[in-house]
Design a protein around this ligand. Sequence first.
Ligand SMILES: Nc1ncnc2c1ncn2[C@@H]1O[C@H](COP(=O)(O)OP(=O)(O)O)[C@@H](O)[C@H]1O
Ligand SMILES: N[C@@H](CCC(=O)OP(=O)(O)O)C(=O)O
Length: 374
Amino acid sequence: MDVREQLSSASKVVVKVGSSSLTTPAGTIDVDRVDALVDVLATRRRAGTQIVLVSSGAIAAGLGPLGLASRPRDLATQQAAASVGQGVLVARYTSSFARYGLRVGQVLLTADDMMRRAHHANAQRTLDRLLDLDIVPIVNENDTVATDEIRFGDNDRLAALVTHLIRADALVLLSDVDALYDGPPSRAGSRRLAEIRGPEDLVGVELGRSGGRVGTGGMITKVQAAKIATGAGVPVVLTAAAHAAQALAGADVGTFFHPGGRHPGTRLLWLAHAATGRGRLHLDAGAVEAVVTRRKSLLPAGVTSVEGEFAAGDPVDLCGPRGRVLARGLVNFDAGEIPELLGRSTKELAVTLGPEYERELIHRDDIVILESTS
Ligand SMILES: Nc1ncnc2c1ncn2[C@@H]1O[C@H](COP(=O)(O)OP(=O)(O)O)[C@@H](O)[C@H]1O
Ligand SMILES: N[C@@H](CCC(=O)OP(=O)(O)O)C(=O)O
């Protein structure tokens, strides 16, 4: 079977569309292009495929109503624009899908929703239920509450994580460019890359930032998203929104990223690919061996020092004796509590500080290995 047939036979697909494919330069919704995209998605939905649409465009669609000529630099005004634009965007999707008798549901997610166990399960349950009810979920980052520190900032990686969250069979990234090129598409001689089979095919490819006025991540975040999805066994197609129908039909458009890898736990994908450590724990050689090689939980006895300000539940980087970041995990204690625990056994801590201290610093289920020690 041609690999691209995985797209035509997929029963659950995540489609991500960028701001520039949905809005006009004047900062309003481009109704014709939204309708054209919805025509494709609704047709596929009515043929039985479950679709989740990850749609950017809230900030871009809020510019016109707020009288802004370009994307504001400061976060507060971006959030205000997103607040106005998100409503306009979803109103348009609602009426556009209604032409096909389909309902949409708005789902706004933060990075935390992908990471914290309870939030993650909640988001998963909601999306699953929406799909059971034949509703098309329209997902975006919850821009109005996300601060710079905790923000995804781009919907490409969010779409890859949603792909895992709902156990989709394929991810389609739609942009204003028809494929990944080996250099800037505006440069004469740049060639379309029809297929990416693995990291070796990306060597020498110039991944530029966004060329448009309203896009954010450019090709860098799209390739990161493709790596997250394919690394967990899901094929990805990157192409222009105008080619959405062909991409979903498995035609030779855009760039096809071949799946590889297995399906790791979704929550930890966020930790590996989208989180940044809020602090660092320095491990001795024994703890590195236990955590990285034998995949055990991290106990206070194996930690030599702590850096940074973080709260229980935050991601922290785990460094080896030479300072290399080897793993990342969700820590069970606030930064301020940790110094007095260091180097001590959990039994001893339970006796002196109380039974609630007889637990690991980081449970092994909350650790992802970023680099092996060998
Ligand atoms: N190697 C490349 N191949 C294709 N496009 C590239 C490349 N490098 C940079 N780009 C730019 O990435 C842009 C798409 O990213 P972005 O503006 O973030 O899109 P979106 O808003 O759809 O998410 C394209 O318009 C293009 O100018
Ligand atoms: N959440 C933001 C979009 C962020 C983003 O990734 O934008 P884009 O690069 O156009 O896909 C918004 O709705 O404006």
